[in-house]
Design a protein around this ligand. Structure first.
Ligand code: ASP
Length: 439
């Protein structure tokens, strides 16, 4: 039998009336058996997400030993949700208990996780479904990474016999027995984990948008909606900043080939975007699926004659960065040149200077230069590699917009061409690429 796992994001939980809409969506389809919820998000622009209110609680707790003042705002949100839902639910007692536990546990992760916990308790009551606490079924390993094997087993045991079940997203339990969260936006990952554990037919991720757009709507007016996209394309685009879905959500699903469907809670009839594993994916015929990018990278350019003949050259350079725990995003290289592309936020001035000195000491380059304020733009699509002239069109479009390309990296994935341009040219470059391939 088909089974759907549905994750509802923060805006889908924002208030009691929106949750009533969610109830309708779930109850309209008997296949929608397993539900994962985020903490209530913003009700209007300028509002504060419950998770952020909880981080305030922890800050107050650390400062003063109590979270009383900040918790009042969390309390008000949940009390009004239950009131709007008009269900019999002992919210005051649950909130008192939660506040006391936050003060007792004194843990940032535990505090932050309570938005999802409380929300899932309420939604389980609304749906008359089984509440399954994430800390009993989602586990992390000693090194902090998610423990798939243990979690999948625990989840499938916990759902046995339940007609419908609700899980809080965002957290699980560490090997120390304490609550531990994924990174921000991590309820998407919790949804993937549950989908994998129950071998879902589809993982529906309900948001406040009707799917992925081919590029950032703040840069291009009403960009086209992507109907289908492969896991790989999505990973490339979301890594580069297209953020509808947490970029780690795909990993649990990949082996099981489970499709993800992005849907809009506020327009459930819209088709949304289907994210498909390669074996189910037929490219749409468009050369390019989407364009995304990020500003503020630093490029360290290194030149040395006969670099290619010097065994271990790249390794020595990379070790310098590894010693300082600096992640490197890209390493475009030539015969005698290599560039290291690093997010500028990871390279404060003193660290950068130290790294330059250490590289000089390690490999004695002829030239070493730093180029700052670089934006990276990824043009992604399965159609690109099989079609002659795609890069020519891309570079022509950028040249016609009078933009100087500082760096090119056509990674080995063949579905992604990355260009580096000046931060100031970022928006113009995205527009030029979009116009070339979509207009
Ligand atoms: N509530 C958490 C956050 O705001 C997790 C999530 O929404 O997925 O990051």
């Amino acid at each position: 039998m088909s089974v759907k796992v549905c994750k509802f994001g923060g805006t889908s939980m924002a208030d009691g009336n929106v949750i009533k809409g969610v109830q309708k969506i779930i109850e309209s389809d008997t296949q929608r058996k397993y539900v994962i919820v985020s903490a209530p998000g913003k009700r209007y622009s300028g509002d504060t997400k419950v998770t952020d209110l909880l981080y305030n609680c922890f800050a107050e707790l650390k400062e003063s030993g109590s979270c009383k003042n900040s918790f009042a705002a969390v309390r008000a949100r949940f009390v009004s949700i239950v009131k709007e839902l008009n269900i019999p639910f002992e919210i005051d007692a649950l909130l008192d208990e939660t506040e006391a536990l936050i003060e007792r546990e004194k843990s940032e992760d535990f505090t932050a996780s309570r938005g999802e916990y409380l929300c899932a308790r309420i939604v389980a009551a609304v749906l008359d479904a089984k509440f399954i606490d994430a800390e009993d079924v989602i586990y992390f390993k000693e090194d902090g990474n998610f423990d798939g094997e243990k979690s999948y087993k625990a989840i499938s045991a916990a759902v046995t016999g339940a007609k419908r079940a609700v899980f809080p997203g965002f957290y699980g339990k560490g090997t120390d027995g304490k609550v531990k969260t994924f990174s921000r936006g991590g309820s998407d990952i919790s949804g993937s984990v549950v989908a994998r554990a129950v071998n879902a037919t589809v993982y529906e991720n309900w948001t406040d948008v009707s799917g992925f757009l081919a590029c950032d709507p703040r840069i291009v007016d009403s960009p086209v909606r992507i109907k289908t996209i492969s896991y790989k394309e999505l990973r490339e685009l979301s890594y580069m900043g297209a953020n509808v879905l947490h970029s780690d959500s795909i990993f649990p699903l990949r082996k099981a080939n489970i499709p993800i469907h992005i849907k809009n809670t506020f327009r459930p009839e819209d088709a949304g975007t289907a994210i498909l594993p390669s074996i189910r994916y037929t490219p749409s015929g468009n050369l390019v699926t989407g364009v995304a990018g990020k500003k503020n990278f630093t490029v360290i350019f290194i030149e040395k004659s006969h670099m290619n003949a010097e065994v271990g050259f790249i390794c020595k350079v990379l070790n310098v960065l590894a010693d300082e725990e600096i992640p490197v995003e890209h390493i475009p290289s030539g015969i005698d040149t290599m560039s290291l592309v690093v997010e500028s936020c990871n390279l404060p001035k003193a660290k950068l200077e130290k790294i330059l000195e250490n590289i000089k000491a390690a490999v004695a380059p002829d030239i070493i230069r730093v180029i700052e304020d670089i934006a990276l733009i990824a043009t992604v699509g399965h159609g690109m590699s099989s079609s002659v002239g795609t890069s020519a069109r891309l570079f022509n479009a950028i040249a016609s917009a009078n933009i100087n390309i500082k760096m090119i990296d056509q990674g080995s994935s063949e579905i992604n061409i990355i260009v580096g341009v000046k931060n100031d040219d970022y928006e113009k470059c995205i527009r030029a690429i979009y116009c070339e391939f979509f207009k």
